[in-house]
Ligand binder design. Structure first.
Ligand code: ADP
Length: 156
Protein backbone atom coordinates (compact mmCIF):
# COMPACT_ATOMS: atom_id res chain seq x y z
CA UNK A 1 0.00 0.00 0.00
CA UNK A 2 1.34 3.39 -0.96
CA UNK A 3 1.21 5.98 1.78
CA UNK A 4 2.91 9.30 2.31
CA UNK A 5 5.09 10.03 5.28
CA UNK A 6 2.59 12.67 6.38
CA UNK A 7 -0.03 10.00 7.12
CA UNK A 8 2.15 8.50 9.85
CA UNK A 9 2.62 11.77 11.69
CA UNK A 10 0.47 12.04 14.79
CA UNK A 11 -1.53 15.24 15.22
CA UNK A 12 0.74 17.68 16.94
CA UNK A 13 -2.03 19.94 18.09
CA UNK A 14 -2.34 23.54 19.05
CA UNK A 15 0.18 25.31 21.26
CA UNK A 16 -0.91 28.38 23.19
CA UNK A 17 1.82 30.95 23.85
CA UNK A 18 0.38 33.37 26.42
CA UNK A 19 2.02 36.58 27.59
CA UNK A 20 1.71 40.32 27.98
CA UNK A 21 3.94 41.04 24.95
CA UNK A 22 4.20 44.70 25.94
CA UNK A 23 6.01 44.91 23.55
CA UNK A 24 6.54 41.69 21.57
CA UNK A 25 10.33 41.21 21.30
CA UNK A 26 12.81 39.13 19.33
CA UNK A 27 12.81 36.73 22.29
CA UNK A 28 9.07 36.14 21.89
CA UNK A 29 9.43 35.71 18.13
CA UNK A 30 12.13 33.09 18.70
CA UNK A 31 9.76 31.10 20.95
CA UNK A 32 6.90 31.31 18.41
CA UNK A 33 9.10 30.11 15.52
CA UNK A 34 10.45 27.23 17.57
CA UNK A 35 6.94 26.31 18.78
CA UNK A 36 5.86 26.06 15.12
CA UNK A 37 8.29 23.14 14.88
CA UNK A 38 6.46 21.38 17.70
CA UNK A 39 2.79 22.16 17.01
CA UNK A 40 0.54 22.30 13.95
CA UNK A 41 -0.78 25.67 15.08
CA UNK A 42 0.34 28.32 17.54
CA UNK A 43 -2.08 30.72 19.21
CA UNK A 44 -0.45 33.81 20.65
CA UNK A 45 -2.63 34.91 23.56
CA UNK A 46 -2.10 38.58 24.38
CA UNK A 47 -3.16 38.93 28.01
CA UNK A 48 -4.37 42.24 29.39
CA UNK A 49 -5.70 43.62 32.63
CA UNK A 50 -8.40 46.30 32.47
CA UNK A 51 -7.17 47.75 35.77
CA UNK A 52 -3.56 48.03 34.58
CA UNK A 53 -3.24 49.70 31.18
CA UNK A 54 -0.05 48.60 29.47
CA UNK A 55 2.69 50.56 27.75
CA UNK A 56 1.03 49.73 24.43
CA UNK A 57 -2.73 49.20 24.23
CA UNK A 58 -3.82 45.61 23.77
CA UNK A 59 -5.17 46.51 20.31
CA UNK A 60 -1.78 47.90 19.26
CA UNK A 61 0.00 44.80 20.54
CA UNK A 62 -2.37 42.46 18.70
CA UNK A 63 -2.10 44.47 15.47
CA UNK A 64 1.72 44.52 15.57
CA UNK A 65 1.96 40.77 16.19
CA UNK A 66 -0.63 39.95 13.50
CA UNK A 67 1.36 42.00 11.00
CA UNK A 68 4.51 40.10 11.90
CA UNK A 69 2.89 36.72 11.17
CA UNK A 70 0.73 37.82 8.24
CA UNK A 71 2.42 35.21 6.02
CA UNK A 72 2.23 32.41 8.57
CA UNK A 73 -1.29 30.88 8.46
CA UNK A 74 -0.46 28.55 11.35
CA UNK A 75 -0.21 31.49 13.78
CA UNK A 76 -3.32 33.12 15.28
CA UNK A 77 -3.24 36.15 17.58
CA UNK A 78 -6.03 36.64 20.14
CA UNK A 79 -6.33 38.95 23.14
CA UNK A 80 -7.70 37.74 26.45
CA UNK A 81 -8.30 38.83 30.00
CA UNK A 82 -8.72 36.55 32.97
CA UNK A 83 -7.08 33.22 33.69
CA UNK A 84 -4.74 31.72 31.13
CA UNK A 85 -6.10 28.30 32.12
CA UNK A 86 -9.66 29.29 31.07
CA UNK A 87 -8.41 30.80 27.83
CA UNK A 88 -6.38 27.66 27.06
CA UNK A 89 -9.42 25.46 27.63
CA UNK A 90 -11.74 27.67 25.55
CA UNK A 91 -9.35 27.57 22.62
CA UNK A 92 -8.73 23.82 22.79
CA UNK A 93 -4.99 24.19 23.46
CA UNK A 94 -2.99 20.95 23.48
CA UNK A 95 -0.26 22.59 25.54
CA UNK A 96 0.77 25.96 26.93
CA UNK A 97 4.18 27.16 25.73
CA UNK A 98 6.46 29.36 27.84
CA UNK A 99 10.01 30.56 27.43
CA UNK A 100 12.45 30.25 30.32
CA UNK A 101 15.40 32.64 30.59
CA UNK A 102 16.58 32.49 34.20
CA UNK A 103 16.16 30.55 37.43
CA UNK A 104 13.70 33.24 38.53
CA UNK A 105 11.61 32.55 35.40
CA UNK A 106 11.86 28.85 36.12
CA UNK A 107 10.55 29.08 39.68
CA UNK A 108 7.60 31.20 38.68
CA UNK A 109 6.86 29.11 35.60
CA UNK A 110 6.91 25.85 37.61
CA UNK A 111 4.14 27.21 39.84
CA UNK A 112 2.06 28.46 36.92
CA UNK A 113 2.47 25.19 35.04
CA UNK A 114 1.38 23.20 38.07
CA UNK A 115 -1.69 25.36 38.72
CA UNK A 116 -2.69 25.35 35.06
CA UNK A 117 -2.36 21.57 34.89
CA UNK A 118 -4.43 21.14 38.06
CA UNK A 119 -7.15 23.44 36.70
CA UNK A 120 -7.36 22.03 33.18
CA UNK A 121 -5.14 18.98 32.71
CA UNK A 122 -3.25 20.99 30.07
CA UNK A 123 0.53 20.57 30.23
CA UNK A 124 3.04 23.39 29.85
CA UNK A 125 6.03 23.02 27.54
CA UNK A 126 9.10 25.10 28.47
CA UNK A 127 11.47 26.25 25.78
CA UNK A 128 14.88 27.44 26.98
CA UNK A 129 15.64 30.98 25.82
CA UNK A 130 18.20 31.14 23.03
CA UNK A 131 21.44 32.33 24.72
CA UNK A 132 21.77 35.42 22.53
CA UNK A 133 18.25 36.53 23.51
CA UNK A 134 18.20 35.43 27.13
CA UNK A 135 18.79 38.94 28.53
CA UNK A 136 15.99 40.46 26.53
CA UNK A 137 12.70 41.34 28.22
CA UNK A 138 9.76 43.60 27.43
CA UNK A 139 10.47 45.59 30.61
CA UNK A 140 14.02 46.28 29.44
CA UNK A 141 12.72 47.52 26.09
CA UNK A 142 10.18 49.78 27.83
CA UNK A 143 12.93 51.18 30.06
CA UNK A 144 15.19 51.98 27.11
CA UNK A 145 12.30 53.60 25.23
CA UNK A 146 11.50 55.67 28.30
CA UNK A 147 15.03 57.10 28.18
CA UNK A 148 14.75 57.83 24.49
CA UNK A 149 17.01 55.02 23.23
CA UNK A 150 16.54 53.24 19.91
CA UNK A 151 14.77 49.95 20.64
CA UNK A 152 14.54 48.68 17.06
CA UNK A 153 17.36 46.13 17.54
CA UNK A 154 15.20 44.31 20.10
CA UNK A 155 12.03 44.11 18.07
CA UNK A 156 11.38 41.52 15.35
P1 ADP B 1 4.25 37.49 31.10
O1 ADP B 1 3.82 38.80 31.64
O2 ADP B 1 3.17 36.48 31.00
O3 ADP B 1 5.52 36.92 31.69
P2 ADP B 1 5.86 38.25 28.80
O4 ADP B 1 5.32 38.94 27.59
O5 ADP B 1 6.84 38.99 29.64
O6 ADP B 1 4.56 37.83 29.58
O7 ADP B 1 6.50 36.87 28.39
C1 ADP B 1 5.76 35.89 27.75
C2 ADP B 1 6.58 34.61 27.67
O8 ADP B 1 7.72 34.83 26.86
C3 ADP B 1 7.12 34.12 29.01
O9 ADP B 1 7.11 32.70 29.00
C4 ADP B 1 8.54 34.61 29.02
O10 ADP B 1 9.36 33.82 29.84
C5 ADP B 1 8.89 34.45 27.56
N1 ADP B 1 9.98 35.33 27.15
C6 ADP B 1 10.08 36.66 27.30
N2 ADP B 1 11.24 37.12 26.80
C7 ADP B 1 11.91 36.03 26.32
C8 ADP B 1 13.18 35.84 25.70
N3 ADP B 1 14.02 36.87 25.50
N4 ADP B 1 13.54 34.59 25.34
C9 ADP B 1 12.70 33.56 25.58
N5 ADP B 1 11.49 33.66 26.18
C10 ADP B 1 11.10 34.88 26.54
Amino acid sequence: MKTTKQEYLPGRGRGLFPGSFDPFTKGHDDIVRRALGLFDEVIIGVGYNEQKPGWMSVEERVAAIRKLYADEPRVTVVSYTGLTADFAKEHGATAIVRGVRTMADYEYEMQMADVNRQLTGIETVFLPASPELASLSSSLVRELAHFGRDISAFLP
